[in-house]
Design a protein around this ligand. Sequence first.
Ligand code: 13P
Ligand code: SF4
Length: 327
Amino acid sequence: MLTADLLERTAPLYDRVRSVIPPIEWPSFAEDIDAILTLKKQRNAVILAHNYMTPEIFHCVSDIVGDSLALAREATKVDADVIVLAGVHFMAETAKMLNPNKTVLIPDSGAGCSLASSITAADVRLMREKHPGVPIVTYVNSTAAVKAESDICCTSGNALKVVESLGVDTVIMLPDEYLAQNIAAQTRVKVLTWAGHCEVHERFTANDVRTLRAENPGVIILAHPECPPEVVAEADYAGSTADMSAFVGREKPAKVVLLTECSMADNVCVGHPEVSFVRPCNLCPHMKRITLPKIRHALETMTEEVTIDPALAERARRSVERMLEVR
Ligand code: 13P
Ligand code: SF4
């Protein structure tokens, strides 16, 4: 029940997000937040949240936040019994692979990813047959079964380093065609691609970038490398969600656009009131399936648990661990 006591307890949390959550909306979040904080203690649970979570999740109940690379790295250090992954299914699978003996929960197992569903393990085997001896670098936005068929994983934050760490002249990069093309533009390594796309980032166009510049003189435009290469070419900087956030903190541009999922700007602007955010953004329908009531329900009922066949998880984990060894 929403009591005066509860509102007082959660008031310091509201202070963090008051710039992005109107006061009238806060009571609808406060009760779930309070319950989640209690449940985390009772279950000895931590919440790992991706940068695309809405601000009340990102700033008010999460223990660790970040891009896919940070979430994978942090998942290797978790000391709790239970991990709740506030993000999409492939992220929860990665956390489970790295923590086979812990309980990993996802608040909505329907939170997929258009990249992960663009390729199957059989497709990867066919690519290997077609290009014998060429290493397969698989974006973490993929299923455990696809990771298990791969040589090494990468994220948008380390893809160039991973490709160049292999010491070969050709690699296969799956499944994101645009990420692969954006990396190919920065290296002498030949990159063979797969035609998977992110349904959120593929919608940005070079014309959007030109219009944004014309309408906002001096604006700095940051793009995620899942955007088409012509968008990245017209942007001022391209990087993972963590790289974009770090750029804003470092450079403190007067006016900035993040060509990515909508919650990014909300989460980054909380720490940078001096930066003005122009907000053309696209919503990820998968990330937006994760809500406070579902996180609360996951901790109350200990569902939905993420499981992976141990033999498959072992092979998939090798690809993720190889990536984590690249510095
Ligand atoms: P990051 O690794 O940059 O956080 O990206 C994950 C993702 O799904 C972007 O769409
Ligand atoms: Fe997948 Fe794109 Fe959503 Fe990221 S934003 S989870 S790549 S569909």
